[in-house]
Design a protein around this ligand. Sequence first.
Ligand code: NAP
Length: 398
Amino acid sequence: MPLSTLRRTSVDLVPRGQHQGFTEEAVRDRRNWVERKTQVKLTHISSFAIPCSNFAGKIENPIGVAHVPLGIAGPLRVKGEFACGTFYVPMAANEGALVRSYERGMVALTRSGGVSARVHVDRNQICPAFSFPDVHSACEFARSLPLHFEQIRLQAESTTRHGKLESIDCYPAGRQVMARFLYSTGDAHGMNMIVRATDRACKWIVQNTSATEYLIFSGLEAEKRASGLLFAGGKGKKVIAGASLPAAIVKNYLHVSPEQMCALWRRTVIGNMHAGALGYCGHFANGLTAIFIACGQDVANVVNSSIGITEFELTAAGDLFASVTLPSLTVATVGGGTGIGTGRECLGLLDCCGSSKSRKLAEIIAAALLAGELSMGAAIAGGEFVSAHEEYGRNRPE
Ligand code: NAP
């Protein structure tokens, strides 16, 4: 069909409004337009307290706010390098039994003396792909790129105050080369930051090497996609949290023995292997999603953040040692949705607003996920999983 005919086809575009559509009037007008068009009254969507100007850079075509119930779980004692103290963790979800379950694990951990947590590595990655006429040129480029590192670093870092290019690893494939740029990104999530920085560096590379063109994303970066590469880290913070729980506390608070927990772990590792799972965990995604929504994080990063390993071990004294290892936990306390509305308030509950707080947030989240793994594991091992959901999580709509 010719373009002129296509253009005459009637399509009702969403109104943009004035000033990019972020004034109170523009948001209200757009919402009214949707109400008229769909004949649905948007009472809840129109109820919110944050100024509409705060939507800029966070959402396009805003009409209001989506609400998710918010609960609080704790106390959670964390003995981290950055998070030291007792925390009450905000969690937003529509899943009954979830907050109660995390809270049960947190109480057991706190009664056991708390959770040790450490951020081992902190960086983010982007992997552009460069094109070459043949395999020989591609491999020569991959070998020689480290010689240009200093010039490339200067180009990249000229676009950001906080982004620091740490290394570049090359992955030749056919007649292209994927280059893995690894940055430290301070307390920001960093994707906007490092995409801009890497784009500047790529332009320099194409002008000064044999590369003919580039794609800013090759796919290797696994942004918001689960991938085996992320097991080695690279997408955020590698965080480890662990605790020893005395057998009596495991019995009193989780209603199982350490031996039952370890037997559950062994058997479900087999199940996960059969499923071809990436890593092993009970339900990292539950706690991550609930905390990410509450704390203004980019929720789609749950996909990479939930890759990791949970371990339950029996100690020589007959107690339970439990740990979680999260190689690619992507969290921020600056930028994105962290500075506005409920996200900022929830970060405030954890004393995690702004600069120098993202590693603290990461340690708290890792400790919270450990609590969730213990509680869910105990519910399954002890046969309480169904009854807990019947008590807290059933809705049965008419
Ligand atoms: P951003 O939210 O757009 O801006 C954050 C900026 O804060 C940084 O670039 C930095 O400026 C500044 N900053 C101030 N204090 C800082 C501190 N202590 N540590 C670090 N930075 C500090 O940037 P972003 O974090 O790069 O991007 C996050 C957003 O990108 C999220 O909302 C996410 O949804 C979105 N996103 C983008 C892509 C993409 O491909 N572009 C992909 C996925 C997600 P300087 O750079 O000048 O230092």
